[in-house]
Design a protein around this ligand. Structure first.
Ligand code: SAM
Ligand code: SF4
Ligand code: SF4
Length: 335
């Protein structure tokens, strides 16, 4: 079995692929409308990696030990012919292929994605109350559109569906309990995510972070929870189960309890830059060499060198009060 370890001994195991920098929402914590207004110049098509280029990089990374691929963005379902890309990636040996989406286009694409070989989806849903949802996502969509997407995914066999909810103090923390209640007993695991300081545009402040501890306490007061031991190294969500057997929730505590020590994720941006941390200031361009005719051996060497040199641990440094410079936007680098 091939293993590639970074400077801190962490294995390369996951690759997140941003297939587009565009989105049909303007979540305040990710692509605030002041910075991504109507007429914003997203990457032109020619600057974005083509399907074959993505599949080639993914294939080489699988050769270096990657076991999980996740398609993300921007909103990945806006990428033309996504099922065709899924088909190419699903053909890679020994990988689990998943997708993170805001869900509103799933009723249109879920069946085709499943048929193309997609295994699982994670759907983002920050509120069940339409007004709170609108404030979080700054879009014309409603929670019912996302719920219809979740239903479509389940009906297509993309199960179990995970639901991601970013919690922002003063905006949607009152939705936490309602979301927990709504999905309890359905087989869908809701993962509550601490609001993170990704990118430079969301004006992040620490006092807007609702901590994982607060989230668990809020739910547990009404629906008692107990911790579930983690199943594997590198598991980002802390798992909790309902004491009465109603299923599980997850809490992603990147701010209050960082998990850099086991982070096995690389990220490929829509324009073909490889990043070794969500909070990276710079990455390694792969599109140039890909389009200049680099051989598989040459590309593999670049990938190995990049991973071996990796020393990132931004969230741990943030906790220690040691963070620095400009960060790439989440919609480019892929959440
Ligand atoms: N558009 C898709 C979606 O919303 O699921 C995929 C891309 S989105 C960048 C991936 C995930 O990142 C979403 O679950 C989103 O909630 C999360 N996210 C975006 N900005 C965040 C932030 N500042 N803090 C925490 N999570 C964030
Ligand atoms: Fe779009 Fe997802 Fe970012 Fe919201 S979180 S703006 S849906 S990319
Ligand atoms: Fe991984 Fe970077 Fe997040 Fe740490 S801050 S868990 S190294 S992506």
């Amino acid at each position: 079995m091939t293993e590639t370890r970074d400077a801190r001994g962490r294995l390369l195991r996951d690759l997140r692929i941003s297939v587009t920098d565009r989105c049909n929402m303007r979540c305040s914590y990710c692509m605030p409308r002041e910075h991504f207004p109507a007429g914003f110049r997203f990457l032109p098509r020619g600057e974005i990696l083509r399907h074959e280029e993505i599949a080639r990089v993914a294939g080489l990374m699988v050769g270096l030990g990657v076991k999980k691929l996740r398609l993300t963005g921007g909103e990945p379902l806006l990428r033309a012919d996504l099922p065709k890309l899924v088909e190419q990636l699903a053909a890679l040996p020994g990988v689990e292929l998943a997708l993170t989406t805001n869900g509103v286009l799933l009723p249109r694409y879920a069946a085709a994605l499943r048929q193309a070989g997609l295994a699982r989806v994670t759907v983002s849903l920050d509120a069940l109350d339409p007004e709170v949802f609108r404030r979080m996502t700054d879009s014309t969509f409603a929670p019912s559109d996302v719920l219809a997407g979740i239903d479509a995914a389940r009906a297509a066999g993309l199960a179990p569906v995970k639901v991601n909810c970013v919690v922002r103090r003063g905006v949607n923390e009152r939705e936490v309990l309602g979301l927990a209640r709504r999905f309890r007993g359905t087989g869908c695991v809701v993962r509550f995510i601490e609001y993170m300081d990704v990118g430079e545009t969301n004006g992040w402040r620490l006092d807007e972070v609702v901590t994982g501890r607060e989230i668990v306490d809020t739910i547990s007061r009404e629906l008692p929870l107990e911790p579930v031991p983690s199943q594997y190294d590198g598991e980002v969500a802390k798992r909790w189960r309902y004491a009465d057997g109603g299923g599980e929730i997850g809490v992603i505590t990147s701010v209050t309890r960082p998990f850099c020590g086991a982070c096995s994720r690389a990220r490929l941006s829509a324009r073909g830059v490889l990043y070794t941390c969500l909070f990276a200031e710079a990455g390694v361009d792969l599109r140039g060499p890909l389009r200049a005719g680099a051989s598989d051996d040459e590309l593999t060497r670049t990938l190995i060198e990049t991973w071996r040199a990796r020393d990132d641990r931004y969230s741990e440094l943030r906790s220690a009060g040691l963070v620095r410079g400009e960060r790439i936007e989440m919609s480019y680098i892929g959440g």
